[in-house]
Design a protein around this ligand. Sequence first.
Ligand SMILES: Cc1cc2nc3c(=O)[nH]c(=O)nc-3n(C[C@H](O)[C@H](O)[C@H](O)COP(=O)(O)OP(=O)(O)OC[C@H]3O[C@@H](n4cnc5c(N)ncnc54)[C@H](O)[C@@H]3O)c2cc1C
Length: 510
Amino acid sequence: MALAICARRKANLLYRNLPLSSSESFNYSFSFASFSRRFASSGFDDNDVVVIGGGPGGYVAAIKAAQLGLKTTCIEKRGALGGTCLNVGCIPSKALLHSSHMYHEAQHSFASHGVKFSSLEVDLPAMMAQKDKAVSNLTRGIEGLFKKNKVNYVKGYGKLISPSEVSVDTIDGGNTVVKGKNIIIATGSDVKSLPGITIDEKRIVSSTGALALSEIPKKLVVIGAGYIGLEMGSVWGRLGSEITVVEFAPDIVPTMDGEVRKQFQRSLEKQGMKFMLRTKVVGVDTSGNGVKLTLEPAAGGEQTTLEADVVLVSAGRTPFTAGLGLDKLGIETDKAGRILVNERFATNVDCVYAIGDVIPGPMLAHKAEEDGVACVEFLAGKTGHVDYDKVPGVVYTHPEVASVGKTEEQVKESGVDYRVGKFPFLANSRAKAIDDAEGVVKILAEKETDKILGVHIMAPNAGELIHEAVLALQYDAASEDIARVCHAHPTMSEALKEAAMATYDKPIHI
Ligand SMILES: Cc1cc2nc3c(=O)[nH]c(=O)nc-3n(C[C@H](O)[C@H](O)[C@H](O)COP(=O)(O)OP(=O)(O)OC[C@H]3O[C@@H](n4cnc5c(N)ncnc54)[C@H](O)[C@@H]3O)c2cc1C
């Protein structure tokens, strides 16, 4: 345990709150005096906080602000709360991933578990209806939370007309001006297309269209091997589509640890997904029944064609600030259109803040939520904190891949001496018991102190398993700390303990 204690001591010394946009520095003069003056005007009947956007960043910020005693209004244009995440992102995709996984299991795994049935078919409208029910229940639930917490909800398109006023074109055709002492921009992101490709949401779809196809395409081409493309490819692949993923980069999911990524790609290939890496789409022909893509090696060379019934363009997301009035107020953005903020989420314009996908950082719902909480904590005179280095990332395929902290490539680049501990799920009793043992846990720890630097898990439920590692990183734990925690048996979590043992010593079960 000495090593663990030593790591903790060192870690405490090193502990710091990373600036949010450490790569971007701009002149910012946050004035606590002007901030508190705005709150000092009691009797002033305006909002303390106006949030534009009701996604995970905006609605969480609004609820938290109200819980902190701030009078809060949230403006949302789509007529439903929950943003991209609940309406056309995390939730519908996970609903379809689960439904399609059940079908796939029934087709390929039930028999070996002794469960037999005489016929099996996909009822796509029923599958979509289950997804839609999950979405509407959850979005309505947030409206309920707004009522419970007394957040005022305005349905309409918000436009900044001054640092304290938002003009809203309401969805019922009216207009109103919402005033607030502080404004939080939480307008999120939108799908990004590629030059020369027009998304029609029928044959050439974005993730939104891919979540609502009315039939199972025979051939689906996914442009972009990021997590959204691979998740949607998995859904339709399990339901019977032939999936080809075209990716410009040499690798799938570029942010993933290289070794885990290789295993992950092999696993997806075993499931029937085909990959064309280092390949670019240079032409799209929709004149026939399907779509004909012209492809070229990324480095240039001979062109080939690829036909599909449906093409999913999954080439990333772009911050959404259209019609928001950023220019009028002189709010600074970077080249990618993201609003620049300091560590308090403040823009360069006094009392205007921004959070979530519309600012730099991982474009993830849980990161947007953390931004929202921290931002309003600052507004309420408390100290908020989000460490972007400790935001977990999960790809919800089967197996899932989850990670937190640094990849081996990043650790190498940092020049720190490190150790690697690995444990395969093939040696984990629970995974063997349920016959779902594909995957590995990989831990990277600093050699000198044993402090954990990164954890990468590929496993059926990696998205749940990762949180023990996130907590460990948050507390600057050593791998020995995880290894000495008693883990229930038989659980998949034991693989994390064994990988931790493998990092500083030896695992037991392999
Ligand atoms: C298919 C898909 C799957 C995903 N899966 C995951 C996942 O599994 N896990 C994960 O963490 N993330 C996932 N994401 C990403 C996640 O959805 C986003 O990171 C998250 O929604 C960002 O939250 P946000 O509040 O910043 O923005 P958003 O969720 O985009 O919300 C912004 C809201 O602001 C509203 N708005 C914009 N402009 C205005 C305006 N001027 N006036 C009023 N309202 C306005 C929009 O209508 C929108 O509802 C997924 C995304 C997609 C597309």
